[in-house]
Structure formats: C-alpha cells, structure tokens
Design a protein around this ligand. Structure first.
Ligand code: AMP
Ligand code: GLY
Length: 421
C-alpha cells in the first residue's frame, strides 16, 4: 500500500518512520514534509491548505491511506473532502474535530456527558465574561474558543490580568476569530498527563500514557511552547487513575458520541490534570500529540497500519498491540529565542553521532544544497527507549549533547519528575 502523511513536524516524521516499517506499506509520501522525513518518505511540496491539490495527488498516486497530522487540517475539513472523493483517510471529520477547534463545544460535550473537567463558563460578550470572572477565585484561566497555535490560554494571577486577557481576546481579537467566544475556568493543580486513544466510533484502544513539558525552560519556567519534550509512561498515572480515565473519560466519550449522533474515527488525545480530587480533562485534541507521538511510536512494537485501518473499519476491539516495556524519552532541541523570535538557516551537525543513541526525528529542518539547516522553532526530537526511565533519559541526552547548531537549546529536566526521588 502507498501511504500519505499530511504535515511536516516531528510527529509526522515519527508517523512516517513507523509506517515505513510496516510489511504492508510499499511507499510513504509526506506533504509537505521537512529536511529529515526524506530518509523514510518521499516529500511532496503541497501545502496543507491546498486541499484540492492534496486530494488530486492522492488520487493520481493511488494512495491507499492518508494520515492527518495537525489540528488545523482537520478543522479545515480535509477528512470530509477526501472521504467524499472516496479516498481513505485517518482522522475525524470537521464536525467532530470541533471538539478540539472549539473549546466551548468541547466544554459543553464534557458537561453534557459527565466527563470531569474544570468548573467554567463561556461567553460571546465581553461584559458577561467580565461579570463571571469577578465571581471566580484567582488565578483564573481564560481560553479563546478557537485554535490559536497553542497560545490562546492565559492564566491570570491578578484582577488586572483578567481584565487585560478579556480585552485582548474578545475586544481586540488578538487571536482573531478564535476570540469570538471565551471559556473562563477555575485553575487546577497537579501533574499533567497526555492520554491517547484510538476511537472507531464504537470502542477505543488506549495507548500508554505520556507527559509533555510545555514551558520553554527547566522547572517549568519561561513561556508556553508547543512542547519541549516528553516521556512515557507516566508513573503518576497510577492503575487507579488509569481506571478513572477509562470509566470517566473514554467510556463516557463513546456514550456521548452515540447520544449526540456524532461520528468520530481517529485519535483522541485528552490533556489531563491529575488533581487531588481525581482526573480532570483540560482539553480534547483530535489528533496525535507532538512530541507525544515520538515517544509512543518508538515504544509501539506492533504494526501501526493495522491500528489505523482498524480505526477506520470499526474493528478496534479485535486489536491488541504490543508495547516495548521500559520507557521512552524525547528531548526537543530548539532554536535560540523560541517560542519568541528566533533565527533560521543555521547549519546542523552531529546527527550521525546522535543517531547512535536515539532516533532523530526532524521538525523545523530543511535541506539546502545538501546541507541540513534549521527552519523552525522546534528543530529536532531526540528520542530514545530504555529498560527504564533513567536509561532512556541518558541515551536521549547523550544524543541531544551530540547535535550542534548556532543557538541550540533544550531542557535538561525532561522526565526528571518521573524518576524515583
Ligand atoms: P489547553 O490548550 O486547554 O490544554 O491549555 C494549555 C495549557 O494551559 C495546559 O497544558 C495547562 O498547562 C494550562 N491549563 C489549561 N487549563 C488549565 C486549568 N484549568 N488550570 C490550570 N492550568 C490550565
Ligand atoms: N504536545 C501537545 C500537543 O500536541 O498538543
């Protein structure tokens, strides 16, 4: 079979890497890809916004399965367009992808179906938002309704910050139409945990847990980023909490789909907070996480193609994938300045040495006249497995220490919280 992956980040490199190992996959294509995906797939220079061109390419090339990476492609309806053309594609349709692209829609779904989440209100008018926020204890969490490149969540520590956030999101439309509506919710405390489960509409298949590190700097300091590194599994997700994930989130999610007449096939990635009162869902993502996918797929021993096809065919209940025991760690090497302004075009070296210790997934890289250069904020994801977390960390950090480009930085504490004290 020929497979097409949509996207060009570390997540898509991991998907291409894993699918290229399937005995049933003849070739892998990736649109648009990046400077490293070419080692396992053929990169196709079509942008994700060019949905018609992507569908034409899939048709002409005889692609047997297309896999969607990023949220905005799902929100733009790429799955609907492909499905209408009779093309097989992995991911939820636009209507169901609203669970990620509208936080108001997601909150209403959770409340309707008893899925534990933060106490909240949502508003279309800034005056009503202000009145509600007044009733909330500080800190207050304010979220633009729509997709905002991961930047639409503000944690306000003071009343003045609440006021500024509402003004920026709703009155000044700092995040564009994403700020037509706002969710205001209580601040939750506890470790975060990324859950991934394939959903075929009737049942789900839970993947191992992972934990992202969203802040740019060690000890969770600095600005929020797309994610600076992950590890899997997360020891704080005890068997009792995992049982809560099944009964309070995933079982209720499946029942909720039925009750609402909502079709959902694809990956469901709830972001959780493990609070002292139990698990709470912070958000739903309707896709694989980045960089969660890097650690999950390096641990997956079974054929990913089988799992993706079973999701589309509604036969997930028959799947029982094998996972590597032990741990995996992904350390992101980023461009100096990220997530704020940074320079691109820096020559990258040391990849052969890094590859002796870890799988090197490329994100913001491009090939220029045979040289590999930086082309984004998150540049590489050094991903290693080990018999335990310590071993996986040691390998991932040896790899991270081997790569060089001007301004490179990475967090030193990825997975540190998971180590025994
Ligand atoms: P979201 O896009 O909703 O997952 O929010 C992005 C990040 O903001 C999360 O990963 C958390 O770190 C933080 N966050 C979101 N909601 C809350 C909340 N209710 N309490 C505390 N932190 C939150
Ligand atoms: N790593 C977080 C995300 O993919 O949304």
């Amino acid at each position: 079979m020929k497979v097409l992956i949509l996207g060009g980040g570390g997540r898509e490199h991991a998907l291409a890497w894993k699918l290229s190992q399937s005995p049933r996959v003849r070739s892998v294509f990736c649109a648009p890809g990046n400077g490293g995906i070419g080692s396992v797939a053929k990169c196709v220079p079509i942008k994700l916004t060019e949905v018609e061109a992507l569908a034409r390419f899939a048709e002409d090339e005889g692609i047997g399965l297309t896999v969607v990476g990023p949220d905005d492609a799902l929100a733009a309806g790429v799955v609907d367009r492909f499905t209408e053309a009779g093309l097989r594609i992995f991911g939820p349709r636009q209507a169901a992808a609203r669970l990620e692209s509208s936080k108001v829609f997601a909150k209403e779904f959770m409340q309707r179906h008893g899925i534990p989440t933060a106490h909240s209100g949502h508003f279309n008018e800034s005056s009503a938002a202000r009145a509600f926020a007044e009733t909330m204890a500080l800190p207050v969490v304010l979220k633009a309704d729509g997709l905002a490149l991961g930047k639409g969540v503000i944690i306000a520590q003071t009343r003045a910050e609440v006021e500024i956030a509402i003004t920026q999101i709703m009155d000044e439309r700092k995040f564009g139409d994403a700020g037509k509506a706002i969710v205001i919710e209580e601040f939750l405390e506890g470790p975060e945990c990324s859950i991934h489960a394939l959903v075929d509409g009737k049942s789900y298949l839970l993947f191992p847990s992972a934990q992202d590190h969203k802040r740019a700097l060690d000890n969770d300091e600095g600005l929020n980023t797309g994610g600076m590194g992950t590890y899997s599994p997360v020891s704080q997700l005890t068997p009792a909490l995992e049982a809560q994930v099944r009964t309070q989130v995933l079982d209720r999610f499946i029942a909720g789909l039925k009750a609402d007449g909502l079709a959902y096939k694809g990956m469901l990635f709830p972001g959780l907070m493990l609070t002292k009162d139990g698990i709470k869902v912070l958000e739903f993502n309707c896709r694989f996480g980045d960089p969660e996918t890097q650690v999950l797929l390096t641990r997956l021993e079974s054929d990913l193609l089988d799992l993706l096809e079973a999701t589309i065919d509604g036969t997930l209940a028959q799947q029982n994938p094998r996972w590597k025991p032990g741990s995996a760690v992904c350390v992101i090497a980023a461009s100096g300045g990220y997530p704020e302004a940074y320079e691109s075009g820096k020559v990258i070296t040391g990849l052969d040495e890094a590859a002796a210790h870890a799988v090197v997934f490329h994100a913001g890289t491009r090939l220029e006249g045979g040289a590999l250069k930086t082309a984004g904020g998150r540049v590489l994801g050094l991903t290693a497995t080990g018999a335990n977390l310590q071993e996986a960390r040691d390998k991932a950090y040896t790899a991270a220490d081997s790569v060089h480009f001007e301004g490179v930085f990475f967090r030193r504490d990825i997975g540190a919280r998971g180590l025994a004290p």
